[in-house]
Design a protein around this ligand. Sequence first.
Ligand SMILES: [Zn+2]
Length: 167
Amino acid sequence: MASTVAVEAARENPLVFLCSRCSRPLGDWLTWVSSQEDVNCILLRGVSSNVSVDKEPRLSKCKGEEGCLLETLCCAGCSLSLGSVYRCTPKNPDYKRDLFCLSVEAIESYTLGSAEKQAVLEDQELFSLESRVEIEKSIKQMEEVLKALQTKLLEVESKLPFAGCSS
Ligand SMILES: [Zn+2]
C-alpha cells in the first residue's frame, strides 16, 4: 500500500536518476518498472547513454540467483558499478529479465520541479515573513503616532485665537 502511494507521488513529481559519484543522468521515471526493496535496486526498461553495459556475461553470486547470467552496468563517466542486466534467469527472478537493475546505493534521484533556489540576489530577496510582520508592526506604530499628533494639532488649533475664521 505504502509503495503505491510512493509510486503515485513519484508520478506527480517525476524522478531523474543520477550517478551518485559523478551526478551524470542515468535514467528517469519514464522507463520505471518497479523497485526491489529487498535487494535495494530499481528496475528500469531503459537507461541513458551514460550507462555502459559490459557485454561479457557473468554468473550471479547473489543468494537465490544461482544460474542467473548478468551483464554488469557501470557509469560511463566515472566507472562506478551501478548494477546489472539479467539476461538469463532459470526461474525465480524472471521478472528481472532484460531490465536494467540499478543498485539504490549507486544512484541519486532528482525530483522534477524541486528547484528551490531563485535567481534573486541575497540583498534583493523578498521580505521574509518575519521581516514583513516587523515592518507591518512599525507601520502601525507610526500610524498611531500620526493619529496622536493629529489630535494634538486639532487641540492646539482650536485654542488659537481666530481659529477657523481665516476666510
Ligand atoms: Zn558516474
